[in-house]
Design a protein around this ligand. Sequence first.
Ligand code: ARG
Ligand code: ZN
Length: 852
Amino acid sequence: PVIRREDYQAPDWLVPEVELAFALDPARTVVTARLTVTRNGSHDRPLKLDGEELELLALRVDGETREPRFEDGRLVVDLAGETAVVETEVAIAPEKNSQLMGLYASGGILCTQCEAEGFRRITFFPDRPDVLSRYRVRLEADRQRFPVLLANGNPVETGETADGRHSALWQDPFPKPCYLFAVVAGDLQCNADTFTTMSGREVELGIWVREADLPKTELAMQALKDSFAWDERTYGREYDLDRFNIVAVSDFNFGAMENKGLNIFNTRYVLADPETASDGDIDAVAAVVAHEYFHNWSGNRVTCRDWFQLSLKEGLTVFRDQGFSEDMGSEAVQRIDQVRTLRAAQFPEDAGPLAHPIRPDSYLEIANFYTATVYNKGAEVIRMMRTILGAEAYRKGTDLYFERHDGQAVTCEDFVRAMEEASGVDLTQFRLWYSQAGTPTVTARLEQDGGRTALYLKQHVPATPGQPDKQPMVIPLRVALIGAESGREVAPERLVLLRGAEQVEWFEGVDEPAFLSINRGFSAPVIVEAQRRPGEIEALAAGDTDSFARFEAGQELMTRDLLAAIRNGGAVEVEAIVAAVGATLRSQSLDPAFKADAIALPSESLLIEKLDAADPARVHEVREEVRRAIGTRLGEELRRAYTAASAADPASLSGADKGLRRLRAATLALIAAGDPALGASLGQQQYDAARTMTERQSALMVLAMLGPDAAGQALDDFYVRFEADPLVIDKWFAVQASVGSEGTLEVVEALQQHPAFTLANPNRLRALAGSFAGTPSAFHRADGKGYDWLAEVIVAADKLNPQTAARFVAPLGRWRKIEPGRAAKMRAALQRILAEPGLSKDVFELASKSLG
Ligand code: ARG
Ligand code: ZN
């Protein structure tokens, strides 16, 4: 049944108090729940409790045993009074829980995941985010196997029970929705530290992992303390419990979870050291640690009324973790990364069959709406509000929001209203960003006539499924004009608010021909199509005064020439690209990280998105030809830059050293494109001498791209060297599955038979299937076998873990962008998925919407 936002109704019953007792056992855990329920408003409807895969052992109301009654899968309890105590006893089987939702076992650890609707797999409960309760949780388990027993909140007491079992009692003073509930039991070691908050309270910090992993928790701990301090400094937000625990588990459906006082993480976003994690992995650890910590206010203290409001907490929290990363590292480089992610993951979503607004109107399965749109476009929407209101008013707005709604379950509308009231700015039209899907296109044309300069702007919001007609949005564009001769800002940066379908912006006193620098810093998540004069984009790529816009100009130039060659089918015009890359490499003023970003060509996926009926083979061929041309024509410069970048200090994680390593990887890849033999020998040398995973992994990738002869030895070495480290073995799978060639499928099929491969572990599955499906020239084989393979994997994985299986459907849904021959095969693969009996809601929803 489709769930609709407009059908929201307040809960009939509230549950102010919850007492839970867990008799933990991987095979059979008994959960006893004691709910104090109160009638919400005056009505005579019964209490209805969600439950899934629960064996009900007992039901009591105010101490009296009741015969259970079920209706549409829910346990229905008739209650006469205004309040009652409802007790249930259920049995569950954590070790059989392959969905990884609810209570499950991961490598001998028992842990939980409840967001969005996993709590109903633990006990009967009104599983919705607007029912907030105070929890007391008693855990009891075998002391030997589960010496550590953790739950939300603060520890109250521990005890000894019969037969070598022990117990712990935890209490969380803050009312919370059940999706934030968590328990963990296992043989874990703790990296312990403390943080003193701005009001002087001392918080005990713990990162809990398997003993062998303890040395790899230092970076996460530093990030955690930095996050505590940053949120105090930047948002005035202080932590509120005596304890903050993080637990890392190997089997996890996504990155991490912000359970109150007890975050549970995918090991991938906790465990890191320079030898086994790349710089990118290390940055991701810090960003996810920050993200989950920031949820304590944006998500936990103030939570969502219903799941349609998911972006209320996720968009805001992503925006907050982006701010953290910008402050900890280089803002320009961070912004480029953010926009890259948005373009790679969100723009295609917005342009395809699964397009939805950041606040969706309906869903079949909410797990399918943890999307780049809700998260990343959601963050862009918050960023635009800050741009429009200014940093100071924005902060007043968040202060008001947190103060007014502390302890409540609220809506996106409540957030916007707080912003409006704190700033006095009317955000009526701005609200369209919450309701309209699709990436707006802005067309821009500069006209100069004497001293008068006019910028003609138009916007178009495309039709998306269920939304044929769109209204013009408010689009904040940071704009400056750069003198064509002087190179200086002849019109300094200003903020243009494009509100109408068409609008003209005037500039006075511009006394030379000017170039248009627009959407600087990516001030709005839109596609800009600017009419360019000859030489304009080249000039901006070489000298725009905004570094993000400069990067963008380079990308625009590359995209223009790549698309022209792909479309005309003939020779590739490489001069402008080679010149731009050469200038970047030679620049004395640009920093290495920026150079690395600027010399990278737009990805094949990005080019495919810009084409109609793309032939992925042609896209690959043209892009490779340009890479080859850069490699040969700029061999000298590339080698010089490569050698200079080798000076990076392997022990340092400073921005400068990370930047050098990034440039080293980018230049090595281009050297190899121009001269495979040289690439192979430099790659092997770099691999052998590598002191960091960044160097080792980038060398391995270059060797893998050069083919089995070049890569064989390094791949074997890599496996043996890191056999005991699952996160690194994930890389071994991912590197081989991301080689852009038609033969990759055979490699992937062989890897699927490898003893270390399993469909049951989401990280391993993503490493193989996600990498493969994300590599167009491998996935889009002309014979369609790549699609068939993915469809089979989805069907097989769906039987174990629907949420994770569903994540691989989207690549097949991109058929609208692909030439008809392949597109038909993609549709056939989707149809085969849909024909599978017993398909989950998760996969069904995405596969059927993808077919259209
Ligand atoms: N709230 C978590 C986070 O963003 C992610 C939960 C994802 N849940 C899901 N069903 N996909 O940090
Ligand atoms: Zn989140």
